[in-house]
Design a protein around this ligand. Structure first.
Ligand SMILES: [Zn+2]
Length: 123
């Protein structure tokens, strides 16, 4: 289960628990806390940089990876490759780039053609 971070809306009035940020382990689908379990004052959930980065990337990544897998299942290698390629540039994900290259090869492109392809594409 993920750890969520909370902070008091009125930190100066907070109890020992919420005077600083504190963490709660909660199920993903559980309702966020709105009051401090210690003193009952209003708190809010903080989406930390780390958590939000993961959350921003993963649903999109999962969606794209799913789509790529779908193309691969149907043998639409060039579609899969282009999508993986495009997305790897976007996410700087080297594993996706490798997948794109694999799919390009399966689509019948040679690596030479690919390099030409990618340089001309940048013009
Ligand atoms: Zn409190």
């Amino acid at each position: 289960m993920p750890i969520y971070e909370y902070e008091s809306l009125e930190p100066k009035k907070g109890c020992r628990m919420c005077v600083r940020r504190f963490e709660e382990i909660q199920a993903v689908n559980s309702t966020p806390l709105s009051v401090c379990p210690g003193c009952g004052r209003p708190i809010r959930r903080i989406i930390s940089a780390c958590h939000s980065a993961v959350m921003e990337v993963s649903p999109e990544y999962a969606r794209v990876a799913d789509k790529i897998a779908g193309y691969e299942r149907e043998g639409m290698w060039s579609h899969a490759a282009e999508l993986a390629d495009k997305h790897s540039e976007h996410t700087k994900d080297p594993s996706l780039k490798n997948r794109a290259l694999e799919d390009y090869k399966k689509a019948g492109y040679s690596l030479d053609t690919l390099e030409k392809h990618s340089t001309s594409k940048d013009d």
